[in-house]
Design a protein. Structure first.
Length: 485
């Protein structure tokens, strides 16, 4: 039977190929149910260009997600390593913190000047001599001027280093000599056919110096005034950066659809506002925490290469104090709402027999008492109030340093300033907001905390500069000053 079917099928096939039908071979027709056909069709759909495209798009999306996750993990790992390194340097001592700042300044300067150097490499390499040399000469002049002034202040403030004052007095002259030498070399290397281009490059170098050296001129003072004035601002900027990111990805453009800053289209109003709110909250508690440690609050004027315990009389802003919330603010809210806070937080003060001079806590049901005002006592460390101002600056102004960096990258068509930090890019990509924050901290410190950094060592230095007659007058005036009781 099977041979017959096999022979019949061969004959039918040969007849069909020959274009004719054989009469002596019965023709057999196989009928396939429609449902079976549909099942087969549905089980193996035809491959079309659109289906292949969908598969490719799906694979691309998976690959993109995996790449994003890999970048995120790399970014987190780099952040942990950087933070650990920062804490290690912070605990090593003030000298090493200053050394870290110096190295970072050099690397930031290199990244920024390299932007235009790479953009115009062919023109610079062929026609402009000593281009990179003069740029680093200007950097050396700026660094020496900034650090020499700080070093002289430190020498004046430490009686053990007063023997160096004879050498330190030559620092301004040496700074001026370096400036004039660099100025002459810069002008001497200008080419007649490229003067305009070289002037543009010189202006760019000066702008970079203002960003990397000018804004950090007083950061050494922040470090030696107490490490809290160096650490707190850095952590506030980091907090704002992180919380603005998470606020942006969770709430971005859900409430405000208008673009925040054209230079950085990915930034949103929700991220900017959310980052500011969280920064103020974190700053309030973080400042109180850091104020507990003498290593953070004590100023110093010594160059110690080995960490040692710091002991000092804490400034008043680091001591816990009781302050009263302005009673006028409670007048803006209904009394029922204020009472919900509880008597342990807000006390209702009443006048007795309508006598405004006789005030006491209100007693429920007393007919001779009339509401006068609300009183709320807060136990805070004054540095927390300073942290609010610093947090607001870190949230409202410091981010524009990042927008400037975004504008520079957009202008020169680069994604990152460098690739020195895996997952982050260059140092400028991480420290763009920190530069102006350091300057703002120094201004805040000298305006609201300690107007002048006067010490006994500096007074002794000034006394030795006086003539014999001036010294006598000084001692006479000192004896006339009443002693504090």
């Amino acid at each position: 039977m099977s041979s017959f079917l096999r022979d019949s099928s061969d004959n039918i096939s040969s007849d069909i190929d020959a274009g004719r039908t054989t009469s002596n071979v019965p023709q057999r027709t196989m009928v396939v149910p429609t449902s079976t056909t549909n099942k087969r069709a549905s089980s193996s759909p035809p491959t079309t260009p659109s289906s292949r495209m969908r598969r490719q798009m799906s694979a691309s999306a998976v690959s993109k997600d995996e790449s994003s996750l890999r970048k995120l993990l790399t970014r987190i790992l780099s952040s942990v390593i950087m933070f650990s390194f920062f804490m290690a340097i912070l605990l090593s001592g003030h000298v090493y913190v200053c050394a870290l700042v110096f190295v970072l300044q050099g690397l930031l300067f290199r990244e920024l000047v390299t932007v235009r150097y790479n953009a115009f490499f062919d023109r610079i390499d062929r026609t402009i001599p000593l281009f990179r040399t003069t740029q680093w000469m200007w950097f050396g002049v700026a660094i020496f001027y900034s650090y020499s002034e700080f070093a002289v202040e430190m020498i004046k403030g430490d009686t053990k280093l007063h023997y160096l004052l004879d050498v330190a007095q030559w620092a301004p002259l040496l700074s001026f000599g370096m400036y004039t030498g660099t100025f002459v070399v810069t002008i001497a290397t200008m080419q007649t056919g490229h003067i305009k281009f070289q002037l543009n490059q010189l202006c760019w170098t000066i702008v970079v110096l203002c960003l990397t050296v000018g804004q950090l001129k007083y950061i050494m003072h922040n470090i030696y005034n107490g490490l809290i004035w160096f650490t707190l601002p850095i952590l506030l900027v980091i907090t704002n950066d992180i919380m603005a990111y998470f606020s942006g990805i969770t709430c971005g453009r859900k409430f405000i659809h208008r673009t925040f800053v054209e230079l950085s289209p990915n930034k949103t109003w929700e991220g900017f506002i959310g980052g500011g709110i969280f920064t103020v909250i974190v700053g309030w508690y973080l400042s109180r925490f850091l104020a507990k440690f003498a290593w953070m609050t004590c100023p110093t004027s010594t160059f110690a290469f080995f960490p040692h315990e710091l002991a000092c009389e804490k400034e008043n802003i680091f001591h816990e104090a009781t302050t009263y919330f302005p009673s006028q603010a409670f007048e803006l809210f209904p009394r029922a709402l204020i009472r919900l806070l509880g008597p342990s937080r807000v006390v209702e003060i009443c006048s007795v027999d309508r006598d405004a001079s006789n005030l006491t806590a209100c007693i429920s049901g007393a007919s001779n008492m009339k509401h006068h005002h609300w009183e709320m006592a807060l136990s805070i460390v004054p540095i927390q109030l300073h942290s609010i101002l610093l947090s607001l600056f870190a949230s409202l102004v410091a981010p524009f340093g990042g927008f400037l960096a975004s504008g520079i990258k957009r202008a020169y068509g680069i994604k990152d300033f460098d690739s020195i930090i895996p997952g982050h890019g260059g140092l400028m990509d991480r420290f763009d907001c920190q530069l102006i924050m350091a300057l703002a901290t120094w201004v805040h410190y000298n305006t609201f905390v300690k107007i002048t950094t006067v010490s006994v060592s500096k007074l002794l230095y000034m006394y030795r500069l006086l003539g014999e007659e001036e010294r006598k007058q000084f001692l006479e005036k000192i004896t006339q000053i009443p002693s504090a009781k």
